[in-house]
Design a binder for this molecule. Structure first.
Ligand code: PSV
Ligand code: MN
Length: 424
């Protein structure tokens, strides 16, 4: 299924007069609104292939139907999101879940939908059929060199697929860790991981990066070998300039000041990018901005400040991606909401009065500094986001258009109600 621009235009039409009024009102409040609209237009958020099906917990999974059954259908789904919001022009694949049988045909299909391929993800957290050695006790950190070698070879294979598709980064998340005190020698586990990553790093293509994700717990509940940003950063700095730390918002213990982590990683030139989601308790993988939109804004505030300080291009210098699981919502609707929330937070961060904030900080004027931040956060920037989408040929309200066009109903007709889960 592929949406066409004219059916989207038609549904925008009845809302145009109201939109123009709202945008004009916002323009009267924001001096250089055009430059902000342009930045929003340039900004894209990658959709992970594994987020297009219904997720689940270890207790159950409740499919809404019409889920993608193949890589081709996952690309179609991202194409639908991109046609609606004009901000999701790439997909991130997970190997072996998404092995492209015919890379040229896959590239052609992606192009048809205006998409390209972002980072490729390796998977050494599951055993695959016919895999000689088990990852039950870890992969790149394993006590047995033969298991480590198998995991290294898998990562090299992932790079091979990524090269065919035009990806430029390998994203590594390890579930390696331990469940009980005494199970693992932390130092040896870390050194094994480093050695394994060094071997992968030495085989990275010239223009590639390796992104190292961290997570404090789950599936292991006592220790994780790359548990936090310090451990990831230690590995990334030992590896070299092509390695950096990937921040998944859900991978922090409650109350962690993620914006401060982001600021320092940026300062060191070691922020690879993001996996966006939201959470209340742990790695809940909820819709971005659904629980704590203020935190998301504060993170973007640091991003904008830090990237501007280093002269980085907001849209392209780091990886922007969603990593979420949709247990009760339609996955496409959830992803549409997530991308909108990210664009809102980014736009609000662009509206912070930077020079006034610097002055307030210099004067230790704490109350004023807070006022300045919150003044930007409290602006309703939705007309600005809608304007950027409209100019690019997208929907003023992507979620509403998705529903009005009865996209899910069509997908259910095409693909059936009962679909097999691929991925997480
Ligand atoms: C598991 O927590 C996880 O969500 C990691 O964040 C990875 O990025 C993702 O799965 C896919 O491997
Ligand atoms: Mn992640």
């Amino acid at each position: 299924m592929k949406l066409n621009g004219s059916e989207i235009d038609e549904l925008n039409h009845p809302h145009l007069t109201k939109h123009i009024q709202q945008f004009e009102y916002l323009s009267s409040q924001i001096p250089d609104i055009k430059s902000i609209v342009n930045k929003i237009s340039d900004f894209n958020v990658t959709i992970p292939s594994w987020a297009l099906g219904t997720g689940g917990t270890r207790f159950g999974r409740f499919s809404g139907g019409g889920e993608p059954r193949s890589l081709e259908e996952k690309i179609e789904d991202v194409g639908i999101i991109h046609a609606l919001n004009k901000s999701s022009n790439s997909i991130s694949l997970h190997i072996p879940w998404d092995i492209p049988e015919n890379a040229n045909a896959i590239i052609a299909l992606a192009k048809e939908h205006g998409l390209h391929f972002d980072a490729v993800n390796s998977n050494t957290f599951q055993d695959q059929a016919n895999q000689p050695l088990s990852y039950k006790f870890g992969s790149l950190h394993h006590v047995d060199k033969a298991v480590r070698q198998q995991a290294i070879d898998h990562n090299l294979e992932v790079i091979k697929y990524g090269k065919q598709l035009g990806s430029r980064a390998l994203s590594v998340w390890l579930s390696d860790g331990s469940n009980f005190p005494g199970q693992l020698n932390f130092r040896k586990a870390f050194q094994n991981t480093l050695e394994s990553l060094q071997e992968i790093y030495s085989r990275l293509p010239e223009d590639w990066k390796i992104w190292i994700e961290y997570k404090p717990y789950e599936p292991n509940f006592y220790s994780t070998t790359i548990a936090d940003w310090g451990q990831s950063h230690l590995l990334a700095s030992k590896l070299g300039p092509k390695a950096a730390t990937l921040v998944d918002l859900g991978h922090h213990l409650q109350g962690t000041n993620i914006e401060q982590i982001v600021s320092l990683l940026l300062m060191e030139g070691k922020l690879a990018g993001f996996h966006f989601n939201d959470s209340k308790y742990g790695d809940d993988d909820l819709t971005v901005g659904s629980i704590n939109p203020y935190q998301l804004f504060l993170i973007f505030n640091e991003l904008v400040e830090g990237m501007d300080a280093r002269g980085m291009n907001h849209a392209t210098a780091i990886g922007w991606m969603i990593d979420a699981s949709h247990n009760i919502k339609d996955p496409i609707e959830d992803l549409i909401q997530s991308v909108q929330a990210i664009k809102i937070a980014y736009a609000q961060a662009l509206l912070v009065d930077k020079s006034a904030l610097v002055e307030a900080q210099q004067n230790n004027d704490v109350a004023l500094a807070q006022e300045i931040l919150q003044a930007a956060y409290r602006i309703d920037v939705r007309p600005l986001i809608a304007e950027a989408s409209l100019i690019a040929g997208g929907a003023l309200n992507p979620l509403e258009v998705f529903r009005k066009l009865k996209v899910r109903e069509t997908l259910i007709k095409e693909r059936g109600l009962k679909t097999i889960a691929t991925g997480l």
